[in-house]
Design a protein around this ligand. Structure first.
Ligand SMILES: Cc1cc2nc3c(=O)[nH]c(=O)nc-3n(C[C@H](O)[C@H](O)[C@H](O)COP(=O)(O)O)c2cc1C
Length: 186
């Protein structure tokens, strides 16, 4: 495994280097949820990716050691709640660092718990499961979504961040999507 050193030479890289480089890809933060044995299980995940527009597919990548990875195959559907910037404590809470006294409000929709106060919700039916190294990829079709315009929580270089100068964008305002900028056939 090689990386480029500051003087341009190829040098071998460590898993620490790998994490540092990956951390330069800024992401949002989600809580992946399932309803399991009469309770809600939630797990913080930033490895949430859009896969296909038609059909509408997304994926989450789960650590093979996580409880969610053990539970999800038997359930086959999951919720994704994209956190708002004031929901940082919930990210820690569902990442194995329980916050004493924290209230996490969930709404059950079609049997899937979705976190109140999130900026977007998805309900996903798992269609493909791909083992990939020490993680497993769960690709699924989006059955339901909702969103609102509020500042999201960001994750960058191993830390929570805020979106500077967040500007609300209405669905009918021009954007790179609406101008066809991402259409390979345009
Ligand atoms: C910001 C952030 C992002 C994370 N992203 C992921 C992820 O994408 N996939 C994953 O498997 N774990 C991820 N984790 C770690 C899990 O949230 C953590 O291991 C959790 O305790 C697993 O829960 P479970 O074993 O109860 O299902 C992330 C943690 C944080 C704080």
């Amino acid at each position: 495994m090689t990386a480029l050193s500051s003087d341009g030479r190829a040098v071998s890289f460590t898993s620490r280097d790998f994490r540092h480089a990956l951390g330069r890809f800024a992401s949002g933060v989600t809580i992946v949820t399932v309803h399991h044995e009469d309770h809600t299980h939630g797990m913080t995940a930033n490895a949430f990716v859009s896969v296909s527009l038609d059909p509408p597919l997304v994926l989450v990548s789960l650590d093979n050691r996580s409880n969610m990875n053990r539970i999800l195959p038997g359930i086959g559907r999951y919720g994704v709640s994209v956190l708002a910037e004031d929901q940082e404590p919930l990210s820690n809470h569902f990442a194995g660092k329980p916050v004493e006294g924290l209230h996490a409000g969930f709404t059950l929709r079609d049997g899937i718990p979705l976190l109140e106060g999130a900026v977007a919700h998805f309900i996903v039916a798992v269609s493909e499961i791909h083992p990939a190294g020490d993680h497993t990829l769960y690709i699924g079709q989006v059955e339901y979504l909702s969103w609102r315009d509020a500042p999201p929580l960001l994750f960058y270089a191993g830390n929570y961040q805020r979106l500077r100068g967040h500007k609300a964008v209405q669905p009918d305002e021009p954007s790179l999507f609406s101008m066809g900028g991402f259409d390979p056939k345009a």
